[in-house]
Ligand binder design. Structure first.
Ligand code: PHE
Length: 508
């Protein structure tokens, strides 16, 4: 039943797939709102440092594990560190499943907005069933449109469509992934470049760019900025969830992973800064205020800016449609990698067919994604997120985004640096590398990265105190969600990892 392990057809295919994984909602939706929240120039310096200190070296570790073992994360870690390693791998996979579920839900909404651009998103006169925005609007208003949309059942259809698209792309593994990224990745670069050109040629657009790129040395003394930069870096580079190891495991042994890591990180961060330029120029030109949750920027504020780009309705619609198409394409090339991580892990461990592995993952996950789109209104005053689905998403994202990736990274660095041996890893990476890694790499993996990640995690946990995230939302009858979600997440993932580690691995 088991097919031989698959391979990428070309190095280009791998680079497109890995950079497609890295470039996603994180670059467009999360980066800009984080950068704004932490004050533009105050964010980009820590972010830049995070790239060299943490991002690139950890990508080398994850890519390296993939090519050294030719296994996806759980079994790769098992080779390096025995059962405890495998346990960590499955824990990462469990978190990847959580992230996939809500990531796809966000993509579903993006698809809804994309269709809305052709429908009534840019038209006045809509109303949402929430207290502050109940009156029909006199001008087009994306916030109202969005809340109106998420309080209907329509997004469930969009979510199922996005899931089907993912499964379609993943159906033959690397072969179909490669075919998709060859089209999607160049397309999303093209769309982004058009947006950037439009943004900076607007009068005053450069002010936003200056805001983003003028270093603010005052801001970097705040520990919160560093925490934000480090978690954003991990998420943006698709680290800590098993995706990069799975993708790298399909490469031949002699792949130059030092070079690949530098290339993928460079492509990812360039795209991110381009997105920052496009978005910040819009914000400044139209004096828009992106305060609110992570999603507000892309779902409320950017369409507001797009609406003012031109007095011609068709130009506005075209840009709106193009922007959300960009989000959907970038998101799809990431969500396929999020799903490939558990799929390849199941295939490697149990030698089941790809179709079966995808079905095992998809059936519960589609239901999970749909939970994040439940339209039940639990907070009509919008003190929090309004609907049950969005509240579930916001609280889950808070815990999984901020903690699981960094925790996995911490233990991966310990395993790679101390159990497997940073010297051995460096030697293995250098064997096929044109640019050789110096001794510094070993210090980074053994000391600096674990220490920095530990500090960030401890600091973030302390900052949670005394009020549990989400407990200030005014949601009568649903206040328990704030504590239930983190507890459920911890227990579910720990038990999931335990059960899968204990199961027998099927040898070929
Ligand atoms: N890097 C992706 C993004 O920026 C998200 C992602 C995280 C994908 C982890 C895979 C693994 O949107």
């Amino acid at each position: 039943m088991s097919a031989p392990r698959q391979n990428w057809q070309s190095k280009l295919g791998f680079i497109l797939a890995a950079s497609g994984s890295a470039i996603g909602l994180g670059n467009i939706v999360f980066f800009s709102s984080n950068a704004y929240q932490y004050g533009g120039g105050a964010f980009y310096l820590p972010y830049f440092i995070a790239l060299f200190l943490l991002g690139m070296p950890m990508m080398m570790v994850e890519f390296g594990m993939g090519t050294i073992t030719h296994q996806s994360l759980p079994l790769a870690l098992r080779r390096l560190a025995g059962k405890r390693g495998e346990y960590l791998g499955w824990w990462a996979i469990a978190s990847a499943l959580f992230i996939t579920m809500y990531y796809v839900a966000i993509l579903g909404w993006a698809l809804g907005m994309m269709l809305g651009a052709l429908g009534s998103l840019f038209e006045p006169g809509i109303a949402a069933p929430f207290t502050p925005i109940q009156e029909p609007t006199a001008a087009p208003n994306a916030t109202v449109y969005f809340f109106n949309m998420i309080s209907t059942w329509n997004p469930l259809i969009y979510i199922v469509v996005i899931w089907l698209a993912n499964l379609f792309i993943l159906r033959q593994g690397t072969k179909t992934i490669e075919a998709a990224v060859r089209i999607f990745v160049p397309l999303m670069w093209a769309f982004m470049i058009i947006l950037v050109i439009r943004g900076i040629t607007l009068e005053g657009g450069m002010d936003g760019v200056l805001y983003l790129f003028t270093p603010d040395l005052g801001g970097i003394s705040q520990p919160g900025v560093w925490k934000g930069a480090f978690s954003q870096m991990f998420f943006s580079l698709s680290l800590g969830l098993g995706t990069m190891t799975a993708y790298a495991s399909y490469l031949p042994k002699d792949a130059d992973q030092v070079n690949n890591s530098m290339l993928v990180s460079f492509l990812n961060c360039s795209f991110e800064y381009l997105a920052g330029v496009a978005i910040f120029s819009l914000l400044f030109v139209f004096a828009l205020n992106p305060a609110g949750t992570t999603l507000s920027l892309s779902f409320f504020v950017i369409p507001q800016g797009i609406n003012e780009l031109s007095s011609l309705p068709w130009v506005v619609r075209l840009f709106g449609f193009g922007f959300y198409l960009l989000v959907v394409l970038a998101g799809l090339t990431s969500s396929i990698s999020l799903i490939e991580a558990p799929a390849s892990a199941l295939i490697d461990k149990f030698r089941i067919s790809r179709g079966r592995a995808l079905a095992i993952i998809a059936i519960p996950s589609v239901i999970g994604s749909c939970l994040f789109a439940l339209p039940r209104i639990i907070d009509p005053g919008l003190s929090g997120d309004g609907t049950l689905g969005l509240t579930l998403l916001d609280i889950t994202d808070h815990w999984v985004f901020n903690y699981s990736l960094l925790a996995v990274g911490l233990f991966e660095a310990i395993i790679a640096g101390w159990v497997f041996g940073a010297d051995k890893l460096r030697a293995a990476l250098n064997q096929h590398a044109k640019v050789k890694l110096g001794k510094w790499f070993e210090y980074l993996v053994k000391y600096v990265i674990p220490l920095v990640l530990l500090l960030v995690i401890v600091f973030s946990l302390i900052a949670e105190w005394p009020e549990l995230y989400g407990s200030s939302y005014d949601m009568p009858g649903y206040g328990w969600l704030a504590s239930f979600i983190p507890v459920f997440w911890i227990f579910f993932t720990l038990i999931f990892a335990y059960v899968l580690t204990r199961r027998q691995t099927r040898e070929i």
